[in-house]
Structure formats: structure tokens, C-alpha cells
Design a protein around this ligand. Sequence first.
Ligand code: ATP
Ligand code: MG
Ligand code: MG
Ligand code: MG
Length: 566
Amino acid sequence: MRWSQTLIPTMKETPADAEIPSHQLMLRAGLIRQLMAGAYTYLPLGTRAIRKASEIVRQEMDRTGAVELSMPALQPIELFERTGRRDAFGNVLINFPIRRRDHNVHLALGPTHEEVVTDLMSRLISSYRQLPMTVYQIQTKFRNEERPRFGVLRTSEFLMKDAYSFATTVEQLNESYQKMYDAYCRIYSRCGLEFIPVEAESGPIGGDASHEFMIPADNGEDRIVRCDSCGYAANLERADTGRNHQAPASTENQPPPETVDTPGLGSIEAVANFLKIQPSEMIKTLIYLADDKPVAVLLRGDHEANDGKIRRALSAQTLEMADNATIERSTNAPVGFAGPVELKIPILVDHDVSLMSTAVVGANAEDKHTTGVVPGRDFTFDTTFDLRNAEAGDPCPKCESKLEFVHGIEVGHVFKLGTKYSEALEAEFLDEKEQRHPLIMGCYGIGVNRIIAGLAETCHDENGLIWPVSVAPYEVELIPLNVSDPEVMKHAESIYSELQQAGIDVLMDDRDARPGFKFKDADLIGIPLRIIVGGKGLKEGIAEIKWRRGGDAEKIPLAEAANDAI
Ligand code: ATP
Ligand code: MG
Ligand code: MG
Ligand code: MG
């Protein structure tokens, strides 16, 4: 591409309303222009960067075996009513009536596609033989953000890669989740981003396990806590582990807990047997230590999706916890414990304790269990590790080293959804025995615009952007110093076409302007490799090659310049 034939409106001055470097630089380098609050045009350089990032995302999605499709942005509001998300999204959901010939239809602009994709799968999937399956799209999303800000970091309309996995078992879900998690790591690495995966709250999407991918950046809107020693990292949005259980509004009608004899109940299976339920019916497991013994709190659930979860929870968490736990005596005792025990480190495998009114508590006393426990009324957890109130230097909840805090930009998010959407929208499959079950889902989002804005925010110097080659709008910028000199242009044109033929994305600054002016613009737009043709070098038969990220310029014989860049 020739500069004179495209649109790269660079700006010398920093626009007054742009507060942070990425916003300032994306405007100044001619990547974006604002239409109105929260809506931006991507100019050619911006569009190319988005396209490159999208292509990396697409390649890595394909590599996981996910299949690409494309769903409408226009969606019937009824789907959001059926899943309860019309209310959950509130004002964020853009929705409006439209007039069809003789009736009104109420539509929403998709903020994500859980509803649409689940509805689709309810029609297309019938048998376990078709599963597992993951689908994805790269598509525009709409959210009426209360505060669109920071340029394209938070807009009302943005490009998201959203993927959805469908499974018959939790094991399958976990496998898909892990594949996505790994793909996300590859995507951000390939895009040249520093990133931290953190434990996250799942927000209005619901579900019970989720990670966010954060770019550490001072201007990031999220606050992350992390521990250098053990790698623990979490978003402070996440109410860590739900230790502040509120008693239900009324406990009058709830019978007091009862301790019953349960000789020999040492395993999940044994407890299930005692309760006359399938192990798979026990949905939530809280594990903690009392008198140095791991104790499980088992909550009843409905579907076998949770069987594997409990097994893993028991095998993984009890071991992990034993090293860390400290126990203090107090009067604030969880019911069913032999002595009054306050738990310093309650490790909660699942946090949805609201389900606990039907709970069965594994008691610490040998051969005893307690039933009918009401959290909040009958026990509370220690709140020492409510990370929302934590400060730098506080001990890590996993390993007790010192915690640190950083700000981050959320560039991606993976969730285990479970059956929230498939139950609401009746998306089911038949198992080997012709039994119906809801599909077990996961969903996985990447903000493509935020990859670009996040790079702009973290990869620049005082002169402008510094693109990694992988997502740079162009890989090479060719600068003929004097375009009215036929000799200069002869060599520049020859390098230009050689690079193009080799499949290199090259931008030639063919403007009739002073070299200093062109160099400034080159620094600003941040193309990784620069080739300069003209001046003294030309007489010596050489071109100059220089990396934007730094280092000395190299002198290369003109005839080899293109080859060297390739
Ligand atoms: P945030 O916490 O920043 O509002 P979110 O948690 O609401 O983001 P998700 O629903 O997890 O966002 O969407 C998946 C991804 O889409 C996010 O990780 C983020 O990269 C991107 N994204 C979300 N909202 C916006 C927005 N308004 N503008 C640009 N990208 C966005
Ligand atoms: Mg949001
Ligand atoms: Mg978020
Ligand atoms: Mg999120």
C-alpha cells in the first residue's frame, strides 16, 4: 500500500479528550476516529490490526477443533426473558420494538450469544453421539455501557470472539474449558501481549467457574490481586469464596440441625449411600479442616454433571489445604464440629451456599454427620480472606506469601456455565439409555478491540506505537527519502514489489515530504521494520534497515534490502 492512496490521518497534537496513552496514540496514529460516545470508526490501519488479531484468534480456535459460524446480532427479546437475562443485563441490553406489517416485535442487539446459540443447539443436537462440540464466531456485540470510555477499550459496539462448548459430562466440559484456556494463552502470546490469567466472578452470565485474562496496565479498570510465590491471582470483583454467609431472611420454620450417627462414612460414596442418593446428586462440596481432619459439606443437587466436580474437589483440595490451614478455637463454631472451631482457612470448592438449606454437613466427629444446617444461622466462616478488603502485603490465601495488587485490562473471559441456559431453553440430548439431560455448556469470550487497544496501551514509547509483527497493520514501512528523485524511486519501487511478491505487508510512504516529517510519522504509527532508501546511502548502494522497537540501524546493499526484510 502507498501512503498517498490510503487514509492515515496522523496528528501531531494530543487530543484533549483522550485521557490514556492507548486512546491518544490510536487517534494520533490514525487508527480510529470517534463517531459519538462509545462508537468508533476503524480507519485502514486500525482495521488491518483488528483483522490480524482476528486471524490469530481464528487460527487458534480452529486448532482446538472449534467450528466457526455466524449468528445474528438482532435477537428476539423473548429468549432473554426465558433465561432471566433481560433483567440481569438491565440497561446494558439494547432493546427496542419494531413494527412488522401488522404487529410489533421486540428485539435486542446481542450483548453475547448464549441465548441464540443454546436455542440453536436445542434444535440441532439430539444425541450424545453429536457431542462434545464447540462453536465460535467473531462478531459485533452491543452493550449500552454506562460509561463508555478510554477510546475503544470500552465501547457500546465491539468485536468479540465468542465460543460456546456443549458437552454431555463435566469431564467433557472441563476438557473443552482447558483447551480454550490454553488457546487463549497462545493467542495473547502470539499477539505480543503480557497477560495474567486470574480467577474471576462470573457476572450476569452465571455459572460457577471462570477465569479472566488480564493485561497488567496502570489504566486498567480491574484490580487484580496476585501472589508471586504460588501464582494465585484473582480479580477483586470476585467476592472471594463467599465467606460472609447471610442467614436467610426467616429461619423460623427451619428445624434446627441434627447430628446423626454415620458409622464408617469416610467417602463421598458412603455418604451418598447413607443419604440414599446417588453420589452424582451431591452438587456442592465445601471442604475445610477441623481438628486437622478434612471435612466435607455436601449439598444436594440434581444432575450428574457434578459428580466429577466433587471427586476432583475432594482429591485436589483436601490435600492442598492440609498444608495451609490453621484452626482457632472460638465460640463461633460451625455446627457439627466436635469443639468450637473457627476456621482460618475455609477452602471453598464451590461457593453457592444459598443452596445450603438442604444441606448435609459432614461433621468432624468420627462417625457423625449433621443435617439441616442453615448457613448464617448455624455457622459463619471467618472473613479474614475476603480479598475485597485485602491490602498489599496481606498473606496469600493459598500460600501465605505476600500479596500484590495490579490494575488490569480484561481481554478475555472463560466460563463454565453448566446447565443454566440449556435448562432455561430446553436444550437437551439423549444419552445411551435414551434418557434426556440438559446440555452442559461453557462460554468463552475475547475482546478483539481490547487486544489492539491493550497493545497500544502497553507497547509504546514517547514517540508512538510499537507494534509486534504479528498484529502490526503493516510489517514493513518503506521510506523513500526523496520521491522526486527517479533514482530513489526506482530502487524503492523495486524493493516494494519484491516485498509484496514475497507476501510481506508493506506500506510505502510515497508522500512528497521532508525525511524528518516522515520519520516522525513512522515512529508514531509504529510499523515494526523500517527500510529507508535515498540520501548518502543510495550513492553507496545501500539501504538502511531499522527496527521500531530499538537497536541500531543496519546498512544493507540495496539489492538485498527486500530479501533481508523477508
Ligand atoms: P468488563 O468487565 O470490562 O465490562 P465484561 O466482563 O462485561 O467486561 P464479558 O462479558 O466477559 O465482558 O465479555 C468478553 C470480553 O469482551 C471481555 O473480556 C472484554 O475483552 C470484551 N468486552 C466486554 N465489554 C466490552 C466493551 N464494552 N468494549 C470492548 N470490549 C469489551
Ligand atoms: Mg461489562
Ligand atoms: Mg468483567
Ligand atoms: Mg468478563
